[in-house]
Design a protein around this ligand. Structure first.
Ligand code: FAD
Length: 432
């Protein structure tokens, strides 16, 4: 008997829940990866660093499987079509995968599961990318939390060594089916081009984590883990990362709990993808000035910290969390541009783009999210710069012309923008 393990956001062989269950089931396991054309075709930039990241992760997976006498079955197309063909080629006893909480993925998986069912093939899926999912952490009345602090308290009271224990997949590696290696598709085969991707180190220095609570807010310092892209594509296991956080730093653990929280929110409230979590916020009359939006995107607003962040994003696919908060607040509040525009721009650029975290971050900045601050709190980009980039090192790196006559004048006055934001929000929320 043979089963499939379908890799998605879990591109690793070790400590992988679904893979563990597949290998342990006693059948031979054929590992499968599908370049999903439904996703790839929607990517506007053919030099997308994420596609290259995936391709490199796939190469590494395939090489490791080759060492075990197996290989990846690589396919390109729509997952349902691929499975329709795959199950005709071979007698399959089951398909295994890990849970994915995004609305698109839920639909995709439901369609695949339905089809497999018609062929009498079970589709087994497992929690892998978060510590707690779905209804595992709920209020006493079983309703989902919508405020972070009590969620976190419950999360911390519930966690124990069981939830962070690694799945010992390596004990069952002999269960991989023997498959001949084949040449892997190149980026060109996939319709993409080579990029300037710099993959963050997967081995994070313990020193960084130990000092995280002191260094995390300073974009000029290497004070955060840079693990986000690895967590996004599952090249590292969340259980391993949480164990490290438990050992080294509670503030860092807190951020990992935010990650679980936003995944849980997306699962229970998929409407947040297009709507404000707090419905009243969908009544804000956004100005949506396209020229201002273009200036924000290109980092030419005349606000150095905002411009530095946007230029860092455009040049590398990364932006420091503190700066993400500042640029997002600036777009929604100073420029009165719909948070969905900013969210969509981040979605095309961020190497670590994750629907749950990105939507959560944007709705938080816009004030519309669950557990966002009060609408009248407006970040002052100049004060943020002074506080979090005191030596101006970050800003000088990304906006070298800053302080010269070549630099843009601020496209909007801070005091004016602040008052306008507060009045606009207030009117919209009160009317509603
Ligand atoms: P660390 O500070 O070392 O944190 C460790 C890990 O915790 C991160 O890798 C990430 O997986 C998780 N994490 C940290 N902060 C958050 C958070 N606020 N919410 C959820 N998870 C968090 N994070 C993404 O992974 N993908 C996104 O698309 C994304 N979009 C964002 C958009 C906005 C507007 C804002 C304000 C934040 C966004 N974040 C997003 C959260 C955060 O900025 C990044 O996770 C972080 O900057 C990544 O750097 P790091 O790996 O060094 O993080």
């Amino acid at each position: 008997p043979v089963s499939f393990f379908w890799f998605r956001r879990d591109l690793r062989l070790t400590d992988n829940a679904g893979l563990y269950h597949a290998l342990k089931s006693g059948t031979l396991v054929i590992p499968v990866f599908i370049y999903d054309t439904d996703i790839l075709e929607k990517l506007p930039d053919k030099q997308d660093r994420r596609v290259q990241f995936i391709q490199e992760a796939i190469k590494s997976l395939a090489e490791n499987l080759e060492k075990l006498g197996s290989f990846l079955r690589l396919k390109q197309g729509k997952p349902l079509d691929i499975f329709t063909k795959l199950v005709q080629e071979k007698t399959i006893t089951a398909v295994y995968a890990n849970h994915d909480y995004e609305p698109y993925a839920q639909q995709r998986d439901a369609a695949v599961e339905e089809y497999l069912k018609t062929r009498g093939i079970p589709f087994y899926t497992f929690k892998d990318q978060v510590i707690f999912e779905k209804n595992e952490i709920t209020k006493a009345d079983r309703e989902p939390y919508t405020v972070f602090t009590p969620y976190k308290k419950r999360w911390l009271n519930t966690i124990n060594s069981f939830f962070v224990k690694a799945y010992p997949t390596e004990k069952y590696f002999h269960q991989f089916a023997s498959i001949n290696s084949v040449p892997l598709p190149t980026l060109t085969d996939l319709g993409f081009q080579h990029t300037d991707l710099v993959t963050p180190n997967i081995r994070v220095a313990e020193e960084i984590i130990t000092h995280y609570h002191k260094t995390r807010d300073y974009p000029a310092q290497a004070g955060t883990s840079r693990l986000s892209v690895h967590l996004r594509f599952g090249t590292i296991s969340i259980r391993q990362v949480v164990q490290l956080a438990q050992r080294l730093n509670a503030t860092w653990l807190n951020e990992l709990i935010w990650r679980d929280f936003y995944h849980m929110i997306l699962f229970h409230f998929p409407r947040v993808v297009s709507q404000a979590f707090k419905p009243a916020y969908d009544h804000i009359p956004w100005e949506n000035n396209e020229k201002y939006f273009a200036q924000w995107c290109t980092g030419t607003t005349g606000y150095p910290l905002v411009d530095a962040g946007m230029r860092e994003l455009n040049a590398t696919g990364f932006m420091h969390n503190r700066v993400r908060m500042v640029v997002a607040s600036f777009l929604c509040k100073h420029l009165l541009i719909d948070w969905r525009w900013g969210e969509a721009y981040f979605a095309t650029k961020l190497l670590d783009y994750d629907l749950a975290a990105n939507n959560g971050g944007w709705q938080w900045a816009a004030g519309s999210g669950c557990d966002a601050g009060p609408y009248f709190r407006v970040f002052n980009p100049a004060a943020q710069l002074k506080k979090f980039d005191p030596g101006n090192l970050y800003v000088k790196k990304w906006v070298p012309e800053w302080e010269s006559s070549n630099y843009n004048q601020p496209l909007i006055d801070h005091d004016f923008a602040r008052k306008r934001a507060i009045n606009t929000y207030k009117a919209a929320l009160t009317d509603f």
